[in-house]
Ligand binder design. Structure first.
Ligand SMILES: [Zn+2]
Length: 248
């Protein structure tokens, strides 16, 4: 016999199943990321219909079977309806959700991922920042949460704060003196960050999550941040995300 469990979470993804059902990926506070079935969710008038579409946040009552969860009922707390109305916003939201899905597992704590994703969706909706900047902030913060963050405050070896040379092989900043002493670093080129770019990244790594999406940068700074993120992800995140192809 299975039991019933109530979880708080967000629908990352939904796919049609059989004639009337849906299979969803849920990021939850209590159980990490789980798959669940929503029986009859595609039937007209189904109570599950509106609460099992992507980016819906709320409380879900699940029947826990031996090997799967089935949604029995749900209570929506936040419905990101605007996102679905806007094509570009949907593309970005899908990409952010896919990344969160990639990094989370069942029975793994996912509180930080969920708060970040929720806050990021609010930022998308608010329209105050360009989506491309939201993306940089989200990616950098998520990589930090997942233990792939870079040291961007001081030289990894001598703690000298007067350096802007990032060596991806080392995991962050290394000053010229220290880099010269290590053959692997002496033989490679650092990514030298402009001051404003470095400050922006430092802010992303340390700001309280609710303040993350509260700054703008010049086009020049943003281009440099994008160039940096490509190099950074090229080394630390080689997974290809399907939804990335749809980003503007
Ligand atoms: Zn040093």
């Amino acid at each position: 016999m299975g039991t019933t469990v109530t979880v708080t979470g967000m629908i990352l993804k939904a796919a049609p199943l059989k004639e009337y059902d849906r299979r969803v990926e849920l990021l939850t506070l209590e159980r990490g990321r789980i798959s669940a079935f929503a029986k009859g969710a595609r039937k007209a008038g189904s109570a599950l219909s509106a609460c099992t579409i992507p980016f819906t946040f709320g409380k879900f009552v699940l029947y826990e079977g031996r090997s799967s969860y089935t949604i029995q009922s749900a209570e929506i707390q936040k419905y990101f309806g605007d996102i679905a109305q806007d094509y570009d916003m949907t593309c970005y939201a899908s990409y952010f959700a896919e990344m969160a899905q990639y990094f989370t597992r069942e029975n793994m704590e996912a509180l930080d991922e969920m708060i970040l994703l929720y806050t990021t969706f609010l930022a998308l909706q608010s329209g105050k920042l360009p989506f491309s900047l939201i993306r940089i902030i989200y990616e950098m913060r998520l990589l930090m949460i997942e233990g792939q963050g870079l040291e961007l405050f001081e030289c990894l070896h001598c703690h000298n704060t007067d350096t802007r040379s990032v060596y991806f092989v080392a995991g962050g900043l290394v000053c010229d003196k220290c880099a010269a002493k290590e053959k692997e670093l002496a033989d490679s080129y650092p990514f030298i960050l402009q001051k404003d770019v470095l400050y922006s990244f430092q802010y992303i790594l340390t700001a309280p999550v609710e303040k993350l999406y509260s700054f703008l940068v010049t086009d020049e700074v943003q281009k440099e941040m994008e160039r940096f993120m490509r190099a950074y992800k090229g080394r630390y995140l080689t997974h290809q995300f399907k939804s990335e192809a749809f980003l503007a």
